[in-house]
Each structure stands twice: as C-alpha cells, then as structure tokens.
Design a protein around this ligand. Sequence first.
Ligand code: UDP
Length: 490
Amino acid sequence: MDQKQRPQVEVPTTPRVLIFPLPAQGHVTSMLTLAELLSLCGIDVTFLNTDHVHNRLFRHADIEARFADYPGLLFRTISDGLPDDHPRSNDRSITEVLHSMIATTKPVLNEMLVSGALGSVTCIIADGAFAGFVTNSACELHVPIIYYQPASACCLWTLLCFDDIIKAGELPIRGKEDMDRIITSVPGMKSFLRCRDLPSFCQVNDTSATKINPVARAIRQSCSAQGIILNTFEELEGPIISHIIRSFCPNTYTIGPLHAHLKHKLAKKNVSKSDQSSNSIFEVDRKCMDWLDSQPPKSVIYVSFGSITTLTRDALLEFWHGLVNSNVRFLWVVRPDMLTGECAGEVPSELLEATRERGYMVRWAPQEEVLSHRAVGGFLTHSGWNSTLESIVAGVPMICWPYFADQQINSRFVGEVWKLGIDMKDVCDRKIVEKMVIDLTVERREEFLKSTAKMARLAGESVCEGGLSDSNFDRLVEYIRLTAKEKSAR
Ligand code: UDP
C-alpha cells in the first residue's frame, strides 16, 4: 500500500499545560497544587520557576519524592535576570523582580516556548499578575492562555471596577480622615466597602496619573483572556463571582480551595501522600508540632503574617505585649527577613519569660498542618489569600491585620460579610491586640465556632463530587483536552 492510500490515523495530542507562577511563595504554593491536580487527571504539565525559586523549592520541599508518580510533570527553570545576592524577599524587592523579569525573562520565555524547550505546549496557564508575558508566543503557537488569579474574587472585582470608582468621583482618597468613607460604586459591596478596605493598589491619592500598580494593571488585563481560574468557591464569593462572569469573563473556572481540592482527589484515588508534604520555599521548622501536641484543645492562637510582610521593631513589640497580656497561648512565625528599620535593643525580659511559659516562636511553620491541629483555636493573620483559605478550610476563626495588596479587602470580607473573624486593620496597639485575642478566643468564641464550622463544611462540599468547584474543574480539564485536540487537527 503506498503512502497515499493509507487511512489517515489521528495522532493523539496529549495535552501539555505550561504553568508559570510569579516567584513568590503564595503564587508558587497554589499553582503547584493546581499542577498536581491536573497531573492527577492525566494532563501533562511543564512547571516553570525562576532559578532562585526552583533551587529553594527543591532544597526545602520534598518535590522529587512527591512528584515521582507524575512522569508527565516537568520542572523547568528560567533566570529572573537579577544577581544571586539580590534579597528578592519583601514587597519592594518583588517590584524589582518584576521589572527585571519584564526586561530579561520575557524574551527568553518566548524563545523557549516557540522552540519547544518547554515541551509541546497546548495550553498556557499564566499567573494573572504576569498578564502580557506570554501573549505573543501564545498567538504564534496558536494555544489558548488561561489566567490563574492569585487573589480573591472580591479583590479582582474591585480592581475591575477601579475606573468606575474614579468616574463616580469616589477616588482619590483625601487623607487619613477620609479612610472610613463608604465607596458605593462597586456592585455587590455598596454598603460596607470603605476607602481603607480597598486593595492597597486602589488606595490612591492621585488619579490624574492613575498610578495603578503594575500587578493590579496586569490582573485587570488578564480578564480579557480565553479563561480565568479562581482559587475560591461559590458558597464563599458567589455573588461577586457572578458579577465577574457577567461583566468581564464568561469563561471563569472557580475551582477552590485548591489545597482542599487536591487532598480530596488524592484520597479518592487512594494515593497516599505524606501529610508533611509542602510547597515551601522556606525551611520548615517542625518542632512546633511537638509543642502543639502538648497543648490543650483550641487553646493556641497561631500568628503568621505570610512570606512578604515586614514589621518594624515597634510593631513587633506591640504584638508581643498584646499576645502576652492576653494570657492566651501562642505559636508565632517570625521570619528572619521580617524585621525592618532599627532592630537593635533588648527585648524586655518579661516578654521572653512569658513566651517560654505559654508561647513558641518559629522562623517558618508547616502552616496547613498547624491550622488543622486540634490545639489551634484562632489565627492572627495578614489575610493573604492562601492563608485565608487555609484558615477557612480548617474552620479556624481569624483576627486580620492586613499589610498590602488584596489583604485589605479580604479582611473586610472576613469580618463584615462572612463573619469568620475580626478585622483589626490599620491598628497596631498592644491593648487592641490583647482585646481582640480575648474577643476571638473567649468572649465571642461560640459565635465564631459556629460560623467557621459552617464555612469549613461548605468548602469541603464544594470540592467533593457534585460540588461546584469539582464540576468546574472537570469543565476546565475538558477545555484543556479539547484545545489540544483542536491543535492536533490543525
Ligand atoms: N506559610 C507557611 N508557613 C509559614 C507561613 C506561611 O507554610 O510559617 C504558607 C501559607 O500556608 C500560605 C503561604 O505561605 O500557603 C502564604 O501565602 P499567602 O497568600 O497567605 O500570603 P503571602 O505570603 O503571599 O503574603
């Protein structure tokens, strides 16, 4: 039979997704979880990290063992263009990382994609904070881009309404005394959104130049892509998600909380993974788990401000006094790179003494495990989106002390809308810290136990069979398969 007479055999194209997170702990954590979820469903993934993040991830997390069962999952690296000794840690450094990556990483990434160095990619899942990074090569390769949104839906929706807020004359903010003014031009938030609750990117005092932060601008742009993925669930942010779908992005996949989703799918497939597996780019100190084991149920408040927040020595001392004076036991994460400014001087001995009696400090904790430990009864948090979801899934009430980005609006929703805790934003005073800790763990304990248990149940149901996050994930997988087939048919 000559070549021409042979029946045409359709060459199956295995879908391969490129996933590329912004090089920060919160983004890497959740996008790696998404990579594992997709791998479990038989989708090949190329996970691209900057060299810096890749090295730290492989040093501190058990990546090799964890992903050994997924031969289709490739780890690849790219330079962020910065010298080895650049700190790359706090919020200021991250802006520098971004600028460097736009100048040096972007062209290299496009080359790698087009040359096939990242595998035969059929779909790109890019970080919403990086919109525009891969647009040209996606067009050249004829592959769709779906943007993973690292922030809450309520933050995303506010960013999308930013121009309307300005048009309505509700921005700029005119000084400190203006911070409690209600913003009425964001549908779904008209009665409770104050200037101080706007994502920090939107808290502008000059709209003439519309000095919107590049990350916020990228996140807005990304909503015009073929699809967006949200790490949230309908029962938590349903009305806000509907606004986003109706007004900006009809192809929205709400599939969170991702970490709970993965846990459920692994259990369903009987894949036994260590409870201690982590996505950390910091060295995890597990000794605090032994300390927690020796504490009474729900007696400990866990304190962590995430991977980027910095504190002055004064602020650190206000928190410390407040915690000690509350007489509540505490487990506190103080990263070595967390303190700024003048850190010299002795820590008062009564603080050290009380910490030895009923407190424990670590540089980095296994947070998911800590939050689900029976001894933990509250979380003093910076309201990062991953931390918020982890607390919700574990059913732990929160005291919120937001620092920047989406944290300001997340904490408003925690306190005012979801009633899962107390918002302490813009205050750092030992008396208030003490009062809030007592309110959360003693005075209003029953109220929060009820509301957090209910939301934890809803989060769990959403990722189980028949739940909305579960069916949205099936839809996403179907879309990825379909676009791979279309590519092979071209
Ligand atoms: N985290 C951790 N150990 C710690 C502190 C934080 O594992 O001691 C993890 C936490 O579980 C979360 C991530 O770091 O998954 C922080 O992400 P988030 O979005 O809450 O805040 P960000 O660090 O981006 O400000």
